[in-house]
Ligand binder design. Structure first.
Ligand SMILES: O=C(O)CCC(=O)C(=O)O
Length: 242
């Protein structure tokens, strides 16, 4: 799909859009090599029980490789079309799946529905929203790997979230209709961060890695003209309990 309004409608309607060939073969090679290098250096934050190893520091360690993925030209029209100048990078995370991998059903923005409810209690508060851009670094063909979404799972609140009952939440996700994607190396899946999703290998010995940039809508961005300097982010939310 090339027409941008169609892509934005699709993102709102189904919760995701696949941008095929978002990265060139050369970009894929560079990024994949540096993610592998990060693993060789032991820069991972951890390897969880479902087979996901994650790296949160690569943007700071190697901006020359990872900064071009932030607002990358291939996905910029979607991010800009959805959020305009209010689009803020929230976090940056690379993943490697070194062995068998069946990700837990999860949402990146677990708090979406409770924040939506809270926002209704306050006159000026807005509902926050997040968008993932996940760049795949290998072909996830049928028989190799996939990414699964709960169909239109961004539109209604899943049960068992608050408080989180993980076995029940996951069983519910499993029982829903799904959209199953097989992204190829260089494809970027742009999706709404609160849609339940699950990545997986279908062949345990495939190489599988990706880089995710998370974005959030921040209306009071630092480019908004204001008389005084912004103090930035950390430590400036007196009522958020952090
Ligand atoms: O392994 C995958 O394909 C899913 C990665 C993921 O959870 C994400 O992109 O937020």
């Amino acid at each position: 799909m090339n027409d941008i309004d169609g892509q934005l409608d699709e993102l709102e309607r189904v919760g995701f859009v696949v941008v095929e060939g978002a990265l060139s073969a050369e970009e894929v090679e560079i990024v994949r090599t540096r993610v592998d290098y990060a693993r060789q250096q032991g820069w991972e934050e951890g390897l969880n029980a479902v087979g996901n190893m994650w790296f949160d520091t690569l943007l700071d360690r190697e901006p020359e490789t990872f900064a071009p993925l932030v607002g990358h030209k291939s996905i910029r029209p979607i991010l800009e079309g959805m959020m305009g100048p209010q689009c803020q990078l929230r976090s940056h995370r690379a993943h490697i799946n070194p062995g068998p991998y069946l990700q837990e059903w999860h949402m990146d923005f677990y708090g979406y529905w409770e924040e939506q409810r809270k926002a209704q209690n306050y006159r000026f508060a807005m509902t926050p929203i997040g968008i993932n851009t996940t760049f795949y670094l290998q072909d996830n063909d049928p028989g190799e790997g996939h990414l699964k979404f709960v169909k239109e799972g961004h539109k209604a609140e899943p049960p068992h979230l608050y408080p989180m009952d993980r076995p029940k939440f996951e069983a519910w996700c499993d029982a829903q209709p799904h959209d199953v994607l097989h992204p190829k190396a260089g494809d970027c899946v742009v999706f709404i961060s609160h849609i339940p999703h699950q990545g997986a290998k279908e062949r345990d010995d495939m190489d599988r890695s990706n880089v995710v940039c998370h974005y959030q809508v921040t209306p009071m961005h630092e480019g908004a003209s204001f008389v005084s300097l912004s103090r930035g982010y950390a430590g400036t939310f007196p009522f958020a309990g952090v």
